[in-house]
Write a protein that binds this ligand. Structure first.
Ligand code: AP5
Ligand code: ZN
Length: 217
């Protein structure tokens, strides 16, 4: 399957993407994780991305699209993928459509995670991620690691993301409403959008998502 995951910052996209990718046996492609990996490896791309990310703004389309394209062309993504955080505006959605068209493939669904704003603010405030891999995500009270400050998956140190500061979160939410939400209408016009509530226990949301995707097949 080829799936795009959308939803506000802190909706639980990364948390669900890891679980869904495993169940559906497709790779989880997160542009946020790819940028964070570049930042920790101190690449030129990482340096550029960091200046935008720390301010809560989108990294320019040109570099983002090139990076996503590169990742989607890798061998493990040939039979499907779960995109998390990409596309994030209408021009990225158009670029993705073009890319898929060239390959003669189409998306199966756009899974829209719905969460009220006061809840995403609480989720972001308590989020802690792993130094070794930013897809290892926890929450101090909702999804606490077994040992405080230590990643359950790899034993790495947990820390708070630089862009999870309150003023940056406000900008990210605004960017979501003005730039990312319009892609939901873009994909509705293609009949691809499946909206589910992302409130409740993590495992229940995964089940809800799988059920909704089954109906789309
Ligand atoms: P990115 O990393 O994509 O961040 P985001 O979209 O803001 O999403 P988040 O990672 O904040 O949240 P999430 O929905 O994944 O939630 P999570 O599962 O962690 O992007 C970061 C930046 O990179 C952007 O601002 C931009 O600068 C740049 N960027 C990335 N892609 C780009 C693109 N395409 N174009 C341009 N720029 C781009 O969960 C949140 C918390 O809630 C966690 O603590 C988790 O444990 C907890 N939680 C999860 N589920 C539940 C639940 N059911 N109940 C209670 N708590 C829960
Ligand atoms: Zn880890």
């Amino acid at each position: 399957m080829r799936i795009v995951l959308v939803g506000p910052p802190g909706a639980g996209k990364g948390t669900q993407a890891v679980r869904l990718a495993e169940k559906l046996a497709i790779p989880h492609i997160s542009t946020g994780d790819l940028f964070r990996a570049n930042i920790s490896q101190q690449t030129e791309l990482g340096k550029l991305a960091k200046s935008y990310m720390d301010a809560g703004n989108l990294v320019p389309d040109e570099v983002t699209i090139a990076m996503a394209k590169d990742r989607m062309e890798q061998a493990d993504a040939q039979n499907g993928f779960l995109l998390d955080g990409f596309p994030r505006n209408v021009s990225q959605a158009e670029a993705l459509d073009q890319l898929l068209q060239t390959e003669g493939i189409t998306l199966d669904a756009v899974l829209d995670l719905e969460v009220p704003e006061d809840e995403v603010v609480k989720r972001i405030a308590g989020r802690r991620i792993c130094r070794n891999d930013s897809s290892h995500v926890f929450h101090v009270s909702y999804n606490a690691p077994k040992k405080e400050g230590v990643c359950d998956v790899c034993g790495g140190e947990l820390y708070q993301r630089d862009d999870d500061r309150e003023e940056t979160v406000r900008t990210r939410l605004e960017v979501y409403h003005t730039q990312t939400e319009p892609i939901i209408d873009y994909y509705k016009a293609q009949g691809l959008v499946v909206t589910i509530s992302a409130l409740g226990p993590v495992a229940e949301i995964t089940e809800r998502a799988l059920e909704a995707l089954k109906r789309e097949k």
